[in-house]
Design a protein around this ligand. Structure first.
Ligand SMILES: [Cu+2]
Length: 443
């Protein structure tokens, strides 16, 4: 075992003892989440090695288990966030990529990278000090399948970094500045699939936010050159048109807000009413429950949240996480177009958890080929044990600067706590009483 991994194990154990020294209790949902009383959460044990644990700038901590699977690559499980001075809250049962499809605009190539090639196994790269300035963590990665046959060398494949994430907040009040920077924990693996090398990165913020992202580098495919209409010239003059293509990624998030099950989903929209007040147009904002498994498209001002209606913060608001896509490139998987028609794409989908439902498309087993089947099959079951399938596309029109190697390009989305606590997790001195409309006369 490399030295770095041993050092990390000791640090991990110390942090864990501080965080979850309370004996296992029950899996019952808690009334108020993130309180300061005894932990309601079972002890954090990982089936496959040591937990990851990191305390960030504001004393918030993240803990989770991790493993490398042959197809999905990095899979994070039992993800918990501990706000400063409080007990850990379970956020997700699991989090991973669920598919990466790459169709070329020329129509000449299509790959479903997770199920065709896989992000684990020999595709998963050993990291060096340039790829990872944090801690490189080793695990046994089978060369073939699940390791039943062949060898499973222990390699440093996971990078854990705590990064400066800039300003967390700043407030100038009566000439006095209250400000803090924050750190983020990033976990990254690199998988080489064909000519591309993908960074599979998860960023966990001190504020409780989670940002899955996929970065691509490596080289443009040397065998996918096409004409002017389906690519762009990357060589001298109007020659050598590297084919445009899409990186169609879906992430699977199995939620556990304070405990598995008992969850619900809502969609937020704010639309112009056509009326105006004295100073500005009037918009009407609302949350609409999505009660059954369903798909949805992103549009301006739209976001979703997964909530635990029966688990409340100190303001008696249900704890929830908000899912923001931003303006990403929408897509419909090619296989979904062929099976379900061209108009069946989605930016997000919600289903109830089923261990057989692993891949967003090209799934194997009796539970369907992908998300559209899962949604149709579960259409009459109320959402409860919620899984989000988040689709984020990136249409890549090659540019001169992609040669060579290609500069990283990124795609991803953000999940942010919404009412996990009654206030920000790290209220600075003097701001403790600000929870709701200020009582001061000057307002
Ligand atoms: Cu690309």
């Amino acid at each position: 075992m490399p030295r770095i991994a041993i050092r990390r194990r000791i640090a991990t154990a110390a942090v864990l003892c501080a965080l979850v020294a309370v004996p296992a209790c029950t899996e019952q949902p808690v009334e108020e989440v993130g309180g300061a009383g005894p932990s309601q959460e079972p002890r954090h044990e990982c089936p496959d090695g040591e937990p990851l644990a990191e305390t960030l700038s504001n004393d918030a901590a993240w803990q989770m288990c991790w493993q490398v699977e042959p197809q999905r690559g990095l899979v994070l499980t039992d993800i918990r966030y501990t706000p400063p001075g409080r007990e850990p809250v379970r956020i997700a049962v699991s989090l991973s990529l669920a598919q990466l499809e790459v169709p070329y605009d020329s129509g000449e190539r299509l790959t479903e990278d997770l199920t065709d090639a896989g992000f684990g196994g020999t595709a998963m790269q050993t990291l060096g000090e340039t790829e990872c300035v944090g801690e490189r963590i080793a695990t046994a990665v089978p060369n073939i399948g699940d390791g039943t046959h062949g060898s499973s060398p222990t390699r440093e494949v996971l990078c854990s970094e705590v990064r400066d994430a800039g300003l967390a907040y700043r407030l100038q009040d009566d000439g006095e500045v209250t400000a803090a920077r924050r750190t983020d924990l990033t976990l990254t693996t690199i998988s080489k699939v064909g000519w591309y090398e993908y960074l599979n990165t998860y960023t966990f913020g001190a504020d409780g936010s989670i940002r899955p992202s996929l970065g691509a580098t490596g080289d443009l495919s040397p065998v996918d050159y096409t004409d002017h209409d389906h690519g762009s010239a990357v060589g001298p003059g109007d020659t050598d048109h590297a084919a445009s293509h899409s990186h169609n990624a879906v992430w699977r998030v199995h939620w556990a807000l304070g405990g598995r099950g008992g969850l619900a989903v809502e969609q937020y929209d704010a639309d112009p009413t056509g009326r105006a007040g004295p100073e500005s147009p009037i918009l009407a904002g609302r949350l609409t429950p999505l009660t059954e498994p369903s798909t949805a498209r992103w549009t301006d001002r739209r976001w979703w949240r997964v909530l635990a209606p029966d688990r409340r913060n100190a303001d008696n608001h249900p704890i929830s996480y908000q899912i923001d896509l931003g303006g990403t490139d929408g897509f419909t998987f090619v296989r979904d177009q062929e099976r379900h028609g061209a108009e069946t794409g989605y930016d997000i989908a919600f289903t109830n958890a089923d261990e057989c439902e692993v891949f967003a498309v090209a799934n194997r087993g009796a539970c369907g080929d992908g998300v559209l089947d899962y949604v149709a099959d579960g259409a009459d079951e109320p959402l409860d044990d919620v899984v989000s399938w988040v689709a984020v596309g990136y249409h890549h029109v090659p540019r001169d600067e992609d040669q060579s190697p290609m500069e990283m390009h990124w795609q991803g989305f953000t999940m942010t706590p919404r009412g996990l606590l009654a206030q920000r997790p790290d209220v600075p001195a003097g701001r403790e009483d600000l929870n709701g409309r200020p009582q001061d006369a000057e307002y």
